[in-house]
Design a protein. Structure first.
Length: 283
């Protein structure tokens, strides 16, 4: 009976050790997996790339929002989602394939890790700094509304349209909301300052334009302002020349069937991509 109890204690002890060994192995595996995930290169990371015996190729660069960098000789390289080792092999292969450096020994060192962004919104198009930004709840520097987002993006560029689009997922569908930038930024319409939610995408399109040539002082391409008339367009082009005439102005307009020439007068309203031609007076 004594021997049976000893065997039971011995078996229990070894079972306990086995359980602890299994738990430790699981913890170590999770740690390795987490380490591997954290070692992946991500947009915003700053990396130093050097090539042995080629100091002129040493590059310090921040990975762009699309996961790519520009490296000397080989150009555009996608590093997003790669480990440092994978990035080293990728650049080495590109240098070798291009005949620039044979069997290149490349080193990729992460100098600065970007902070992980949780809930976020994205702004693209005609702004000073497009990209992905955290929401206010996840960062003290985060945004909560359209005005906040436009501010951190550096504002709209000179080529921006007078409106933007907010694309928002609602269940399995996407809703596209047009926001008037004139009302929002110039008129201070607070109702147009929409609050943002995780996953929102804001697109600021390029401005609409018209073209004017012929007998005007400054022919060229100009911004099409809202409700703009032919007279206003001529004024933007610094007026008609001494040999030009208001009579017989032609507006070439794009239609579904192609370009169409329309006889126009000074009060007619223009459309995007209209081409205005001011004729000679022929005294």
């Amino acid at each position: 009976m004594f021997m049976n109890k000893q065997k039971q204690r011995f078996a229990a002890k070894h079972l306990s050790i086995a359980i602890w060994a299994t738990m430790i192995a699981a913890v170590l595996l999770a740690a390795v997996q987490a380490s591997a995930a954290s070692s992946e290169l991500a947009p915003g990371d700053v990396v130093r790339i050097s090539v042995y015996d080629n100091p002129d190729l040493t590059t310090i660069v921040r990975i762009a929002s699309n996961g790519r960098i520009t490296f000397p000789l080989v150009g555009d390289v996608n590093l997003g989602g790669l480990t440092s080792g994978q990035a080293e092999r990728t650049i080495s292969q590109l240098l070798d394939k291009g005949g620039f450096v044979r069997n290149a020994q490349v080193s990729v060192f992460v100098e600065e890790r970007t902070e992980a962004i949780g809930r976020s919104v994205t702004i693209l198009g005609q702004v000073r700094n497009s990209g992905r930004f955290p929401l206010q709840e996840d960062s003290i520097e985060g945004v909560s509304s359209l005005v906040d987002l436009l501010a951190v993006a550096g504002g709209i560029s000179d080529t921006a349209a007078d409106h933007l689009y907010l694309i928002r997922e609602q269940g399995k569908t996407k809703r596209k909301i047009q926001v008037d930038l004139v009302e929002l930024l110039r008129m201070g319409d607070i109702s147009a300052n929409l609050f943002l939610v995780d996953g929102d995408i804001v697109l600021v399109p390029e401005m609409e334009v018209f073209y004017i040539y012929g007998q005007v002082q400054r022919p060229g391409r100009y911004r099409l302002e809202r409700d703009m008339t032919v007279m206003q367009a001529v004024s933007v082009a610094s007026g008609i020349t001494a040999t030009g005439t208001e009579k017989g102005i032609v507006v070439n307009r794009r239609t579904d069937s192609g370009m169409r020439a329309l006889q126009s007068n000074m009060t007619d309203q223009l459309q995007s991509d209209d081409v205005i031609y001011v004729k000679d007076s022929f005294f």
